[in-house]
Ligand binder design. Structure first.
Ligand code: SF4
Ligand code: SF4
Length: 384
Protein backbone atom coordinates (compact mmCIF):
# COMPACT_ATOMS: atom_id res chain seq x y z
CA UNK A 1 0.00 0.00 0.00
CA UNK A 2 1.15 3.52 -0.78
CA UNK A 3 0.74 6.22 1.85
CA UNK A 4 0.18 9.91 1.19
CA UNK A 5 0.10 13.10 3.24
CA UNK A 6 -3.23 14.73 4.04
CA UNK A 7 -2.18 18.23 3.07
CA UNK A 8 -0.08 19.84 5.78
CA UNK A 9 -1.81 18.07 8.69
CA UNK A 10 1.19 15.80 9.21
CA UNK A 11 -1.05 12.73 8.88
CA UNK A 12 -0.16 10.04 6.34
CA UNK A 13 -3.01 7.86 5.05
CA UNK A 14 -3.41 4.89 2.74
CA UNK A 15 -3.96 5.83 -0.91
CA UNK A 16 -7.03 3.59 -0.84
CA UNK A 17 -9.48 4.51 1.90
CA UNK A 18 -12.13 2.42 3.64
CA UNK A 19 -15.66 3.45 2.71
CA UNK A 20 -18.36 2.29 5.11
CA UNK A 21 -21.55 3.14 3.21
CA UNK A 22 -22.13 -0.14 1.41
CA UNK A 23 -21.69 -2.79 4.08
CA UNK A 24 -24.39 -5.44 3.84
CA UNK A 25 -24.37 -6.37 7.53
CA UNK A 26 -22.32 -6.26 10.71
CA UNK A 27 -20.67 -9.56 9.68
CA UNK A 28 -19.85 -8.22 6.22
CA UNK A 29 -18.33 -5.08 7.79
CA UNK A 30 -16.19 -7.17 10.13
CA UNK A 31 -14.91 -9.42 7.33
CA UNK A 32 -14.16 -6.56 4.94
CA UNK A 33 -12.48 -4.30 7.50
CA UNK A 34 -10.34 -7.18 8.75
CA UNK A 35 -8.97 -7.72 5.25
CA UNK A 36 -8.62 -3.98 4.60
CA UNK A 37 -6.51 -3.56 7.71
CA UNK A 38 -4.39 -6.56 6.73
CA UNK A 39 -3.75 -4.96 3.34
CA UNK A 40 -2.61 -1.73 4.98
CA UNK A 41 -5.66 0.52 4.51
CA UNK A 42 -5.66 3.12 7.27
CA UNK A 43 -8.07 5.93 6.31
CA UNK A 44 -11.65 5.06 7.28
CA UNK A 45 -14.56 7.28 6.29
CA UNK A 46 -17.42 6.77 8.74
CA UNK A 47 -20.97 8.11 8.43
CA UNK A 48 -23.39 8.17 11.34
CA UNK A 49 -26.42 7.61 9.07
CA UNK A 50 -24.98 4.74 7.06
CA UNK A 51 -26.97 1.52 7.49
CA UNK A 52 -28.78 3.15 10.42
CA UNK A 53 -31.23 0.81 12.14
CA UNK A 54 -30.89 2.01 15.70
CA UNK A 55 -28.55 4.09 17.85
CA UNK A 56 -26.47 1.00 18.59
CA UNK A 57 -26.91 -0.76 15.25
CA UNK A 58 -25.46 1.12 12.31
CA UNK A 59 -22.24 1.42 10.29
CA UNK A 60 -20.51 3.28 13.13
CA UNK A 61 -21.12 0.52 15.64
CA UNK A 62 -20.15 -2.06 13.00
CA UNK A 63 -16.86 -0.25 12.42
CA UNK A 64 -16.37 0.01 16.18
CA UNK A 65 -16.82 -3.75 16.58
CA UNK A 66 -14.52 -4.47 13.64
CA UNK A 67 -11.63 -2.35 14.92
CA UNK A 68 -11.95 -3.26 18.60
CA UNK A 69 -8.59 -4.52 19.81
CA UNK A 70 -6.73 -3.34 16.67
CA UNK A 71 -3.85 -0.89 16.75
CA UNK A 72 -5.68 2.46 16.84
CA UNK A 73 -2.45 4.38 16.20
CA UNK A 74 -2.33 2.94 12.67
CA UNK A 75 -5.81 4.18 11.75
CA UNK A 76 -7.00 7.54 10.55
CA UNK A 77 -10.69 7.64 11.45
CA UNK A 78 -12.87 10.26 9.83
CA UNK A 79 -16.45 10.86 11.03
CA UNK A 80 -19.08 13.39 10.01
CA UNK A 81 -22.44 15.06 10.56
CA UNK A 82 -24.65 16.86 8.07
CA UNK A 83 -25.40 20.60 8.37
CA UNK A 84 -28.94 21.63 7.39
CA UNK A 85 -31.51 24.22 8.32
CA UNK A 86 -34.71 22.68 9.71
CA UNK A 87 -35.44 19.70 11.93
CA UNK A 88 -32.35 17.87 13.18
CA UNK A 89 -32.06 14.11 13.66
CA UNK A 90 -29.14 14.18 16.07
CA UNK A 91 -28.89 10.40 16.53
CA UNK A 92 -28.29 9.97 12.81
CA UNK A 93 -26.10 13.07 12.51
CA UNK A 94 -28.51 14.66 10.03
CA UNK A 95 -29.94 18.18 9.80
CA UNK A 96 -27.52 19.68 12.33
CA UNK A 97 -27.57 23.45 12.81
CA UNK A 98 -26.38 24.32 16.31
CA UNK A 99 -23.33 24.00 18.50
CA UNK A 100 -25.05 21.71 21.02
CA UNK A 101 -26.40 19.39 18.33
CA UNK A 102 -22.93 19.03 16.82
CA UNK A 103 -21.29 18.45 20.20
CA UNK A 104 -23.82 15.68 20.78
CA UNK A 105 -23.12 14.18 17.32
CA UNK A 106 -19.40 14.04 18.02
CA UNK A 107 -20.00 12.48 21.42
CA UNK A 108 -22.42 9.90 19.93
CA UNK A 109 -20.02 8.93 17.16
CA UNK A 110 -17.04 8.56 19.51
CA UNK A 111 -19.15 6.35 21.74
CA UNK A 112 -20.45 4.20 18.87
CA UNK A 113 -17.03 3.70 17.29
CA UNK A 114 -15.51 3.22 20.74
CA UNK A 115 -12.55 5.57 20.38
CA UNK A 116 -11.20 8.57 22.29
CA UNK A 117 -10.76 10.83 19.28
CA UNK A 118 -11.29 11.15 15.54
CA UNK A 119 -8.34 12.03 13.34
CA UNK A 120 -10.71 13.91 11.05
CA UNK A 121 -14.21 15.29 11.46
CA UNK A 122 -16.23 16.61 8.56
CA UNK A 123 -19.33 18.60 7.85
CA UNK A 124 -21.10 16.08 5.66
CA UNK A 125 -22.52 16.92 2.24
CA UNK A 126 -22.04 20.67 2.55
CA UNK A 127 -23.10 21.21 -1.03
CA UNK A 128 -25.06 24.49 -1.18
CA UNK A 129 -24.84 27.94 0.35
CA UNK A 130 -27.62 27.28 2.88
CA UNK A 131 -25.77 24.16 4.04
CA UNK A 132 -22.71 26.34 4.67
CA UNK A 133 -24.87 28.84 6.58
CA UNK A 134 -26.36 26.02 8.69
CA UNK A 135 -22.92 24.58 9.39
CA UNK A 136 -20.61 27.51 9.74
CA UNK A 137 -22.31 30.82 10.41
CA UNK A 138 -22.62 32.40 13.85
CA UNK A 139 -21.28 31.56 17.31
CA UNK A 140 -23.94 28.90 17.87
CA UNK A 141 -22.92 26.91 14.81
CA UNK A 142 -21.83 23.29 14.37
CA UNK A 143 -18.43 24.69 13.32
CA UNK A 144 -18.04 26.24 16.79
CA UNK A 145 -18.58 22.81 18.35
CA UNK A 146 -16.05 21.25 15.97
CA UNK A 147 -13.46 23.84 16.99
CA UNK A 148 -14.18 23.21 20.66
CA UNK A 149 -13.86 19.44 20.06
CA UNK A 150 -10.53 20.08 18.40
CA UNK A 151 -9.35 22.10 21.40
CA UNK A 152 -10.38 19.20 23.66
CA UNK A 153 -8.50 16.73 21.47
CA UNK A 154 -11.65 14.87 20.46
CA UNK A 155 -11.10 15.81 16.83
CA UNK A 156 -7.68 16.42 15.32
CA UNK A 157 -8.49 18.04 11.97
CA UNK A 158 -11.61 19.58 10.44
CA UNK A 159 -12.97 19.41 6.94
CA UNK A 160 -16.10 18.88 4.89
CA UNK A 161 -17.51 16.66 2.17
CA UNK A 162 -19.25 18.24 -0.78
CA UNK A 163 -21.07 17.64 -4.03
CA UNK A 164 -21.20 21.42 -4.48
CA UNK A 165 -19.79 23.54 -7.27
CA UNK A 166 -16.05 24.19 -7.46
CA UNK A 167 -16.74 27.91 -6.83
CA UNK A 168 -18.66 27.19 -3.62
CA UNK A 169 -16.08 24.72 -2.32
CA UNK A 170 -13.25 27.19 -2.97
CA UNK A 171 -15.17 30.00 -1.30
CA UNK A 172 -15.81 27.90 1.85
CA UNK A 173 -12.18 26.79 2.06
CA UNK A 174 -11.16 30.44 1.92
CA UNK A 175 -13.75 31.60 4.45
CA UNK A 176 -12.82 28.88 6.96
CA UNK A 177 -9.06 28.42 6.70
CA UNK A 178 -9.04 25.83 9.46
CA UNK A 179 -10.74 23.38 7.13
CA UNK A 180 -7.59 21.39 6.37
CA UNK A 181 -9.09 18.70 4.17
CA UNK A 182 -12.05 18.18 1.89
CA UNK A 183 -13.85 15.20 0.36
CA UNK A 184 -15.07 15.76 -3.20
CA UNK A 185 -16.80 13.73 -5.92
CA UNK A 186 -14.32 13.18 -8.72
CA UNK A 187 -13.65 10.66 -11.47
CA UNK A 188 -12.53 10.83 -15.09
CA UNK A 189 -16.08 11.45 -16.27
CA UNK A 190 -16.82 14.17 -13.67
CA UNK A 191 -13.84 16.46 -13.61
CA UNK A 192 -15.41 19.69 -12.31
CA UNK A 193 -13.50 19.66 -8.97
CA UNK A 194 -10.07 19.92 -10.61
CA UNK A 195 -9.81 23.62 -9.73
CA UNK A 196 -10.42 22.63 -6.12
CA UNK A 197 -7.69 20.00 -6.31
CA UNK A 198 -5.22 22.56 -7.70
CA UNK A 199 -6.08 24.99 -4.88
CA UNK A 200 -5.72 22.28 -2.25
CA UNK A 201 -2.35 21.19 -3.58
CA UNK A 202 -1.11 24.80 -3.53
CA UNK A 203 -2.43 25.45 -0.02
CA UNK A 204 -1.59 22.29 1.88
CA UNK A 205 -5.17 21.04 2.11
CA UNK A 206 -5.75 17.30 1.96
CA UNK A 207 -8.20 15.78 -0.51
CA UNK A 208 -10.23 12.59 -0.21
CA UNK A 209 -12.10 11.38 -3.28
CA UNK A 210 -15.59 9.87 -3.26
CA UNK A 211 -17.42 8.44 -6.27
CA UNK A 212 -14.26 7.05 -7.88
CA UNK A 213 -16.27 4.65 -10.04
CA UNK A 214 -19.30 6.91 -10.53
CA UNK A 215 -21.51 4.66 -8.42
CA UNK A 216 -20.26 1.51 -10.16
CA UNK A 217 -20.70 2.80 -13.74
CA UNK A 218 -16.96 3.11 -14.45
CA UNK A 219 -16.49 -0.63 -14.51
CA UNK A 220 -16.31 -3.45 -17.02
CA UNK A 221 -14.39 -3.33 -20.25
CA UNK A 222 -13.83 -0.84 -23.02
CA UNK A 223 -11.65 -1.03 -26.12
CA UNK A 224 -11.62 2.74 -26.51
CA UNK A 225 -8.83 3.59 -24.07
CA UNK A 226 -6.35 1.28 -25.72
CA UNK A 227 -6.95 2.98 -29.09
CA UNK A 228 -5.13 6.04 -27.79
CA UNK A 229 -3.04 4.53 -25.02
CA UNK A 230 -2.02 1.03 -26.13
CA UNK A 231 -0.47 0.34 -22.74
CA UNK A 232 -3.98 0.29 -21.23
CA UNK A 233 -5.11 -2.57 -23.47
CA UNK A 234 -7.00 -5.21 -21.54
CA UNK A 235 -7.09 -3.17 -18.34
CA UNK A 236 -10.52 -3.14 -16.65
CA UNK A 237 -12.21 0.26 -16.60
CA UNK A 238 -12.28 0.31 -12.80
CA UNK A 239 -8.50 -0.03 -12.68
CA UNK A 240 -8.06 2.78 -15.21
CA UNK A 241 -10.45 4.92 -13.14
CA UNK A 242 -8.51 4.28 -9.95
CA UNK A 243 -5.14 4.85 -11.58
CA UNK A 244 -6.42 8.15 -13.00
CA UNK A 245 -7.32 9.40 -9.51
CA UNK A 246 -4.16 8.13 -7.86
CA UNK A 247 -2.19 9.84 -10.62
CA UNK A 248 -3.22 13.23 -9.23
CA UNK A 249 -0.66 14.65 -6.78
CA UNK A 250 -3.47 16.49 -4.97
CA UNK A 251 -5.25 13.30 -3.95
CA UNK A 252 -4.57 12.01 -0.44
CA UNK A 253 -6.87 9.01 -0.53
CA UNK A 254 -9.57 7.48 -2.71
CA UNK A 255 -12.51 6.18 -0.70
CA UNK A 256 -14.20 3.12 -2.03
CA UNK A 257 -17.25 1.58 -0.38
CA UNK A 258 -16.22 -2.03 -0.91
CA UNK A 259 -18.25 -4.94 0.42
CA UNK A 260 -16.55 -7.85 -1.38
CA UNK A 261 -13.10 -9.20 -0.56
CA UNK A 262 -12.19 -9.55 -4.25
CA UNK A 263 -12.80 -5.81 -4.82
CA UNK A 264 -10.76 -4.91 -1.74
CA UNK A 265 -7.83 -7.01 -2.91
CA UNK A 266 -7.94 -5.77 -6.48
CA UNK A 267 -8.18 -2.09 -5.50
CA UNK A 268 -5.46 -2.52 -2.87
CA UNK A 269 -3.18 -3.96 -5.56
CA UNK A 270 -3.65 -0.83 -7.70
CA UNK A 271 -3.19 1.49 -4.72
CA UNK A 272 0.09 -0.28 -3.95
CA UNK A 273 1.64 0.64 -7.31
CA UNK A 274 4.37 3.19 -6.93
CA UNK A 275 3.26 5.32 -9.88
CA UNK A 276 -0.19 4.16 -10.96
CA UNK A 277 -0.55 6.77 -13.71
CA UNK A 278 2.55 8.84 -14.42
CA UNK A 279 1.99 12.54 -15.17
CA UNK A 280 2.87 12.12 -18.84
CA UNK A 281 0.43 9.24 -19.24
CA UNK A 282 -2.29 11.13 -17.39
CA UNK A 283 -1.87 14.05 -19.74
CA UNK A 284 -2.20 11.78 -22.78
CA UNK A 285 -5.23 10.13 -21.17
CA UNK A 286 -7.00 13.47 -20.73
CA UNK A 287 -5.89 14.60 -24.21
CA UNK A 288 -7.30 11.41 -25.70
CA UNK A 289 -10.79 12.34 -24.48
CA UNK A 290 -10.80 15.38 -26.73
CA UNK A 291 -9.90 13.27 -29.71
CA UNK A 292 -12.58 10.70 -28.96
CA UNK A 293 -14.92 13.64 -28.75
CA UNK A 294 -14.06 15.09 -32.16
CA UNK A 295 -11.78 17.74 -30.73
CA UNK A 296 -14.33 19.17 -28.32
CA UNK A 297 -13.97 19.24 -24.58
CA UNK A 298 -16.03 16.86 -22.55
CA UNK A 299 -18.72 17.88 -20.10
CA UNK A 300 -17.09 18.09 -16.68
CA UNK A 301 -20.44 17.88 -14.81
CA UNK A 302 -19.87 21.37 -13.42
CA UNK A 303 -23.67 21.89 -13.45
CA UNK A 304 -23.58 25.57 -14.40
CA UNK A 305 -26.23 24.71 -16.98
CA UNK A 306 -28.48 22.96 -14.44
CA UNK A 307 -31.97 24.43 -14.24
CA UNK A 308 -31.56 26.51 -17.38
CA UNK A 309 -33.43 24.25 -19.80
CA UNK A 310 -36.98 25.41 -20.61
CA UNK A 311 -37.80 21.82 -21.53
CA UNK A 312 -36.73 20.62 -18.09
CA UNK A 313 -33.81 18.51 -19.32
CA UNK A 314 -31.04 17.92 -16.78
CA UNK A 315 -28.14 18.42 -19.16
CA UNK A 316 -25.18 17.31 -16.95
CA UNK A 317 -26.78 13.92 -16.31
CA UNK A 318 -27.62 13.35 -19.98
CA UNK A 319 -24.18 14.38 -21.21
CA UNK A 320 -22.57 12.17 -18.57
CA UNK A 321 -24.54 9.17 -19.87
CA UNK A 322 -23.69 10.03 -23.47
CA UNK A 323 -20.00 10.24 -22.66
CA UNK A 324 -19.97 6.86 -20.96
CA UNK A 325 -21.41 5.13 -24.01
CA UNK A 326 -20.27 7.24 -26.93
CA UNK A 327 -16.90 8.56 -25.84
CA UNK A 328 -15.55 6.00 -23.39
CA UNK A 329 -17.24 2.92 -24.89
CA UNK A 330 -18.47 1.85 -21.45
CA UNK A 331 -21.84 0.09 -21.48
CA UNK A 332 -22.79 -0.06 -17.82
CA UNK A 333 -25.37 2.71 -18.26
CA UNK A 334 -26.91 1.41 -21.49
CA UNK A 335 -30.13 0.31 -19.78
CA UNK A 336 -30.52 3.78 -18.31
CA UNK A 337 -29.90 5.29 -21.74
CA UNK A 338 -32.46 2.99 -23.40
CA UNK A 339 -35.03 4.04 -20.80
CA UNK A 340 -34.67 7.73 -21.70
CA UNK A 341 -36.82 7.12 -24.80
CA UNK A 342 -39.92 6.62 -22.70
CA UNK A 343 -39.03 9.20 -20.06
CA UNK A 344 -41.20 12.29 -20.48
CA UNK A 345 -38.89 14.45 -18.39
CA UNK A 346 -35.50 13.31 -19.62
CA UNK A 347 -35.83 12.46 -23.29
CA UNK A 348 -33.14 14.45 -25.13
CA UNK A 349 -35.38 14.51 -28.20
CA UNK A 350 -37.21 17.32 -26.37
CA UNK A 351 -34.29 19.67 -26.93
CA UNK A 352 -35.43 22.65 -29.04
CA UNK A 353 -31.89 24.02 -29.46
CA UNK A 354 -32.77 27.24 -27.64
CA UNK A 355 -29.15 27.68 -26.53
CA UNK A 356 -29.92 28.64 -22.89
CA UNK A 357 -27.63 25.90 -21.61
CA UNK A 358 -24.80 26.88 -23.95
CA UNK A 359 -24.81 30.42 -22.56
CA UNK A 360 -24.19 28.97 -19.09
CA UNK A 361 -21.53 26.49 -20.19
CA UNK A 362 -17.97 27.64 -19.49
CA UNK A 363 -16.79 25.26 -22.21
CA UNK A 364 -19.24 26.49 -24.81
CA UNK A 365 -20.21 22.93 -25.65
CA UNK A 366 -22.54 22.20 -28.55
CA UNK A 367 -25.17 20.82 -26.21
CA UNK A 368 -28.03 20.66 -28.75
CA UNK A 369 -25.72 18.65 -31.02
CA UNK A 370 -25.01 16.28 -28.17
CA UNK A 371 -28.72 15.93 -27.42
CA UNK A 372 -29.20 14.97 -31.05
CA UNK A 373 -26.39 12.46 -30.79
CA UNK A 374 -27.84 11.01 -27.58
CA UNK A 375 -31.20 10.62 -29.34
CA UNK A 376 -29.45 8.59 -32.05
CA UNK A 377 -27.64 6.46 -29.43
CA UNK A 378 -30.95 5.76 -27.66
CA UNK A 379 -32.56 4.67 -30.93
CA UNK A 380 -29.60 2.44 -31.80
CA UNK A 381 -29.62 0.79 -28.38
CA UNK A 382 -33.37 0.22 -28.50
CA UNK A 383 -33.10 -1.35 -31.96
CA UNK A 384 -30.22 -3.62 -31.05
S1 SF4 B 1 -30.48 23.88 -26.04
FE1 SF4 B 1 -31.76 22.07 -25.63
S2 SF4 B 1 -30.92 21.23 -23.75
FE2 SF4 B 1 -30.12 23.30 -23.92
S3 SF4 B 1 -31.53 24.57 -22.73
FE3 SF4 B 1 -32.25 24.60 -24.85
S4 SF4 B 1 -33.72 22.93 -25.02
FE4 SF4 B 1 -32.57 22.58 -23.14
S1 SF4 C 1 -22.75 21.01 -20.24
FE1 SF4 C 1 -21.25 22.58 -19.73
S2 SF4 C 1 -22.22 23.74 -18.08
FE2 SF4 C 1 -23.32 21.83 -18.26
S3 SF4 C 1 -22.38 20.50 -16.76
FE3 SF4 C 1 -21.38 20.11 -18.72
S4 SF4 C 1 -19.58 21.42 -18.76
FE4 SF4 C 1 -20.92 22.18 -17.14
Amino acid sequence: MQYRPVGDTGVMVSALGIGTMRFKSRENAAEIIERELELGLTYCDIGSAYSYKAFDDNAETWVGAAIAGKDRSKMALSAKAQPRKGEPQVDRGLGINSRDQMAQCIENSLKRVGVEHFDFYQLWDMSAQDHFEAGCEGDDSPLTAMREAREQGLVKHMGFTSHGSADDILSWLQQVPDFRFVTVYYNFNDRYPERVLDYCLDNGIGVAIMGPLRGGLLTGESDVFAEMLPELAGMPVQEIALRFLLGSPAVSTVISGMNEIAHVEENARVASLEDPMPAEQRERFIGAFRRFSQGQDLCTACRYCAGKCPEGLYVPHLLGLLQLNDVFGIHTADDQIRGLAGNERANPAKCVACGACIEACPQDLDIPGRMERLTVVIAELNQA
